[in-house]
Every structure is written in C-alpha cells, then in structure tokens.
Design a protein around this ligand. Structure first.
Ligand code: NAD
Length: 486
C-alpha cells in the first residue's frame, strides 16, 4: 500500500520501483492542512530515456499478447479498483483536497474507463467487405502504435490517467505516465494494482517530475503518441512540440464553462446544479461552471437562491463528513484567486458573495469560500480567464440569442449548459453554441467513458478526443488487406 509519509516517491520503470536519477525533489502538500505528505522527484530526461527504452522493449512482446488476454488483465484490475475504492478515494482527497464524496465519484469515473476498455476484443474488430470486385476481398485490421506518453493535471489524479492508460494498454501499446507533481501519490497506487492484476513488467511505467520529463517524452523518437490534459498554455506548447516531432498528440486544455438560465427554467434546480458545478471540487474542474448568463426576468430570483445555497455550504477538510467545499490546490493558487476577486471588484463587477470572508477554517489549508459576482461583462478579466477556483461570474441577458452570442465570444469552448423546459430553445442552443460537451438542466455535462470527452477552440488541440471510439482510434492504426484468390 502507498505510504503517505514525507519520504520521496519512486518512479516505476519495468515493473521495478526505482529512485529518480535526478536528486531534485519537491514537497507534496495536503492542501487541507498545509502539511507535507510526501516528496516527489523532479526526474530528468535520463529517467525518461530509461522508461521509454523499457516500454519500447515491453511493447515488442505485449503487442503479440492476444487481445482477450490483455482484456482479462483489465477485468482483474477493475475488480481491484472496486475492492480498494475507499482507499483510492482517500488518497485523492488527501493529495487534491476535494471532498471524499467527490473523490469517490472520481474513482467511479476511472473504473468506468477500465470497464469500457475491457471491451477491447469487440472494439478492436476490423471490418471486412468480400467481393469488392470479382474474386477480390478487402478488410481492415487494427494494431497498436507503440509507446504512449501520458501527461496529466492535478485536478483528477484518478480519472484523467484512466482516460488514457486502460485503452492504450488494452489495445497493445505500452505507457509512460507523468502524473502532476502536485498530486503524484495516486498514480503509484495504480501501478501496484496493475501489477497485482498481472500486467507484465514494462507495459505501464511512471516517471515523476515536471517540464523536463514532459520535454523528454515530446522529443523522444520512440514515443509514438502523447495524451495531454492540463492548462491552455501548456496544452498549446505540448501540441506544437509533439506534432513538430511527428507524433500523434491530443491535448485537452483549459476552460471557461458557460451556463444559460432561461426564464421558464426550474430556477431551484438551476441554482442547485450550478452551485455544485461552480463550487464542487473548489471550482478546480475543467467542466466547472464559471459563467452564468441569466435572463433578466429571473435574474434576481436566481441570484438570491444561489447565494442562499452558497451560504449553506460547509467548507473544510474533505475527509470530514458533510464537507462540500475543500481547499484549492496550493497557497499560490489561493493568492491568485484572491487577486482575481480583487480584480473583479476593480473592474466594476458586483460582489454578491465574498469567499474571502469564509477563511475561518482552522489550520493552514488553502481555503477560499464560494464567491459570486453579478454584472460581469466580456471586457473583464474575471469573464475571460480561467480562474479555476470557487469564483462564479453572472451576466444578465435579455434572451437566449444574447446569451449564445456572449458565450461564443470566449476563446474556450469546453462545456456549456442550458436550463429551460423549452425543447425549441434547447435545439437552438445545441445548434448555435460553441462547446464540445453540452448539458440540458444539468450542471456538469461530463460524458461517460464510452462517449468522446473534449472541447472546441482553445479548450482542445488535436483531432481525436479522449475516451469513446475516439480513444480507440487514437491509440490504434489500421492496415487494409486486399486479396484475390482466383
Ligand atoms: P498544468 O498545465 O499546470 O499541468 C498539466 C501537466 O503539464 C502537469 O503534468 C505538469 O507537470 C505539466 N506542465 C506544467 N507546466 C509545464 C511546462 N511549462 N512545460 C511542460 N510541462 C508542463 O495544469 P494543472 O494546473 O495541473 O491542471 C489544471 C488545468 O487542467 C486547468 O486549466 C484545467 O482546465 C485543465 N484540465 C482540462 C481538462 C479537459 O478535459 N480539457 C481536464 C482536466 C483539467
């Protein structure tokens, strides 16, 4: 079992736990208490070299393992994840800060990815077309592509790696994961469980660290593809450098998710859903609701209800029963958030609820309470930037058309939601809004594992999205065989 202590984590290469060659380390904090819970090695390109070499050697054998046999290992892994569900959720809460309930839900999302990938024998099937001409048959066969590099963010230490490695390995690739250096613990536990499930050595590897490891993966000629999830500037950088090095790259980036509340909506439901979407996981979700465009006629009612519900939120350590809002990830992220709140006030937005006043939680955690601004306009930084914290901006609009026009001015286009009972308005929203993931009368429209997950515009760089059949396509390549037997 993963030790939560102040020791330095090891990398996992070729089925062995090894010290990083670099002696650089960084502390890992429990954001709810400010305590150091581990140290993470900031590995060097030499460590990447060793991991990729090992993964490439393992690939030569792993790709020959029959697909049902690979899937059977994932079935076993799925069972182990279920058996260790509470323990995994607890690690997520301790290193990330989100409530245990949310961490538990995150583990569920990860398990669903493993379940979807376990269907590989069906997913990997090719297609045949006999008699494309007299005596001529044709068919398509699917193969893995090689070593995959996975680079993941701090906010979903379980779910985001699980978007990548289960599908990558079940389709016959090998994998090198570079987890976030701010939440590195869970990945090591996953490696232990993969080993227990019977995964051969070298198929799944972990190199902890920061940009040196990322650059090592992006530049290595034996790395066939990169799956990246993180902030917009880093996603853009990873996409450019990876594709320049002729790799397949999918880079899921930052977001600013808009919700539209129309006057015919169930306002109580809209307020509850938006509250969860804006302040759950301390707003540190790529699908967090960060802007609401509400129709004038119901704006006061909606805002009163939202504020009332926000006042009832319990803030604290996510391991405590009933806590809804945990800390943000680091002290500097808290400072950045407080600066945005100040900026919002200076820009002339109306502060309806000030989360700075909620800093009553004891200890040294990085807490910011639910913060709500009204009267936000597109010129304001709080409207434009991804704050990635419990700060919600509200703009009043006259109708759906104005709400869509407003939303589509954002450079980001990850998720968008509408609250209404009018099917025609839903259709108009679906057809005109810029976003990759849409919701109707729900706050977080995160697609399940069997659907593609990703945004548009500056929220995503690449072609094939994460998950679903896109994931399968991303991690495989095809051969078409045409044969004549007469
Ligand atoms: P981040 O961009 O800081 O880090 C992501 C990964 O990139 C980490 O592994 C990190 O070590 C690495 N990295 C950071 N700076 C780098 C650099 N200069 N060069 C090379 N590598 C670098 O992101 P984060 O703060 O960990 O995560 C939050 C961000 O992720 C938010 O913007 C959020 O919207 C986004 N996110 C997006 C999705 C999505 O589906 N679009 C999902 C989850 C998170």
């Amino acid at each position: 079992m993963t030790q939560i202590n102040e020791g330095t984590l090891q990398n996992y290469i070729g089925g062995e736990w090894v010290d990083a060659k670099s002696s650089d380390i960084e502390p890992v904090y429990n954001p709810a208490t400010g305590e150091v819970i581990a140290h993470v090695p900031i590995s060097s390109q030499e460590d990447v070299e060793e991991a990729v070499k090992t993964a490439n050697e393992a690939f030569q054998e792993w790709k020959e393992v029959p697909v049902p046999k690979r899937a059977r290992i994932l079935f076993k892994f799925q069972q182990l994840l279920v058996d260790h569900w509470d323990e995994l959720a607890e690690i997520v809460t301790i290193e990330n800060g989100k409530s245990f309930k949310e961490a538990y839900g995150e583990v569920q999302r990860g398990i669903e990815n493993v379940e979807f990938a376990s269907g590989a024998p069906t997913l990997m099937m090719g297609e045949q077309l006999p008699s494309i001409a007299a005596g001529l048959d044709s068919g398509v066969y699917r193969y893995p592509i090689g070593v995959i590099g996975g680079i993941t963010p701090f906010n979903f230490p379980m779910m985001v790696p699980a978007w990548m490695f289960p599908m990558a390995i079940v389709t016959g690739n090998t994998f090198v994961l570079k987890p976030s250096e701010r939440t590195p613990l869970l990945a090591n536990r996953l490696a232990e469980l993969l080993e227990e499930a019977g995964l051969p050595k070298g198929v799944f590897n972990i190199v902890h660290g920061a940009h040196d490891v990322v650059n090592g993966l992006l530049d290595h000629k034996e790395v066939a593809a990169i799956s990246f999830v993180g902030s917009q500037p880093v996603a853009e950088y990873v996409y450019k450098r990876g594709t320049e090095n002729l790799k397949r790259v999918q880079a899921l980036a930052g977001a600013k998710n808009h919700s539209i509340v129309l006057k015919d909506a169930n306002i109580d439901n809209a307020a509850t859903q938006i509250l969860n979407a804006a302040f759950g996981s301390a707003g540190e979700r790529c699908m967090a609701a960060s802007v609401v465009a509400v129709e004038e006629d119901v704006a006061d009612e909606f805002i009163d209800m939202l504020k009332g519900k926000a006042d009832d939120i319990r803030i604290g350590n996510g391991l405590e029963e009933g806590v809804f809002l945990g800390p943000v990830i680091r002290e500097n992220h808290k400072e950045r958030t407080l600066n945005y709140i100040e900026t919002g006030e200076k820009e002339g937005a109306v502060l309806i609820r000030d989360g700075r006043k909620d800093e009553t939680v004891e200890g040294n955690g990085y807490f910011v309470g639910p913060t709500i601004f009204d009267g936000v306009t597109t010129e304001m930084k709080i409207w434009q930037d991804e704050i990635f914290a419990p700060v919600l901006s509200i703009a009043r609009v006259k109708d759906l058309q104005e709400a869509v026009t407003l939303t589509n001015q954002s450079r980001f286009a990850n998720g968008a939601c509408i609250f209404t009972k009018d099917g025609g308005k839903v259709r108009q929203f679906r057809e005109t809004i810029d976003a990759g993931m849409l919701g109707v009368n729900i706050g977080v429209p995160a697609p399940m594992a069997f659907f593609p997950f990703s945004g548009w515009k500056d929220s995503f760089y690449g072609d094939l999205h994460a998950n679903g059949k896109d994931g399968l396509e991303f991690y495989t390549r095809k051969k078409v065989l045409t044969s004549r037997w007469v």
